[in-house]
Write a protein that binds this ligand. Sequence first.
Ligand SMILES: Nc1ncnc2c1ncn2[C@@H]1O[C@H](COP(=O)(O)OP(=O)(O)OP(=O)(O)O)[C@@H](O)[C@H]1O
Ligand SMILES: [Mg+2]
Length: 212
Amino acid sequence: MKPLFECQSITFLDIIKPSTLTIYDSLITSINGASGSGKSTLLSFLNGTKSPSSGLIYYKGQDILDIDIVKHRRNVVLVEQKPVLFPGTVYSNLIIGLQIQHKKIPPENLLKNYLDDFHLSFSLQESIYSLSGGEAQRVCIIRCLLLQPEVLLLDEPTSSLDENTADHVLHYLIQVHQRSSMNIIFSSHSEKLSSKADNIIQIAEKRMGSSL
Ligand SMILES: Nc1ncnc2c1ncn2[C@@H]1O[C@H](COP(=O)(O)OP(=O)(O)OP(=O)(O)O)[C@@H](O)[C@H]1O
Ligand SMILES: [Mg+2]
């Protein structure tokens, strides 16, 4: 198996003790741990939005400090734990990343298919202010999927969803992984969710003195 990310002796304040771990290419990886154990922090290290206090992180063998950060964040896209939507419609939110990256905007019927696939019954012209937390979370996932990154990082992607919808979203993401080369790394406290992953990284409880 080829390493995708290699973290060497990374620390973060007093939260992450020196930790060395490898996330392998072409797998679905789950990062598990209790609330406050550092799951979101680790994901933000991987796409370079946060840096460890010490230690090194390699992406495909290259120190991420040596990679152009804008390029890296295009290759490794993070869907944050709290959905971030911009004022406007669902449509404008779905295409904003593509616009920024000067990529082709898919036709509206294709975008609507994504909404259907994610069990979202509103129209593309719906205002984002009328969305629930779980709906907003799924719109954010679709926005990032449309970018077709090399790696999709999902921070607790199903935390606001009921069990059926969560199962459906997970099944969809597994299919995406199987038919494309997209790497999927998600954080979770749910054993059910992580049981679908090929590889599980367990983060030890916060300030217990043990490591990732
Ligand atoms: N920049 C920062 N400065 C200080 N403490 C921080 C910073 N960022 C995160 N923390 C702390 O690090 C700890 C881990 O946070 P993190 O959000 O990574 O945990 P988590 O495992 O994702 O938790 P949850 O399951 O609740 O989302 C928390 O105690 C948080 O308050
Ligand atoms: Mg978190």
